[in-house]
Design a protein around this ligand. Sequence first.
Ligand SMILES: [Fe+2]
Length: 195
Amino acid sequence: MDAFNLLKADHRKVEELFEELESASGQAKMQVFQQIKTELELHTHIEETIFYPALEEPKQTHDLTLEAYEEHDVVKKLLQELGRARTANEEWEAKAKVLQENVEHHVEEEEGQLFPKASSALGADEIETLGEQMEAEKARKQRSGSKSSKKSASKTKSASTAQKRARASKKGASKSSSKSSGSKKSRSKKSAKKR
Ligand SMILES: [Fe+2]
């Protein structure tokens, strides 16, 4: 499966889950939320470890990719906060709505801007390879996720995400520092990430 189809299928799945979340209530609502959390954590993981690092380098996709990392951070923070609640009160509902809006915006930007640019920057073969790598990583993560407890899994996840991003931005920074034409704004953003 090529990268775009894989990621788009993830996006559609999460959209459906958000619809379910709106109509569900009580414990069922929290269960749907847990599904959303699992899906989004897996999705952001494969994008951050496989898809985005490949897109950080090309000039056409560089800035949008850095933006996407930041958007993921906001989504992950909201997921953590929402995940701490046992029941859904008014505040939780409001936060869940903000999560949904953030995800929708992010999906729109990916499918509407990042994917078309990635397509011309990387070419069909690499898009296919990235899709295969993400599919394999997703399967690996799902296998290991079902073995470990939820609590330790989420702890490992947040630590490794920070490491992944540091690695990814380090990689991108060393590339862009060799070029003189990189945007100053994104480079300073990167070095801020490194610290
Ligand atoms: Fe994403």
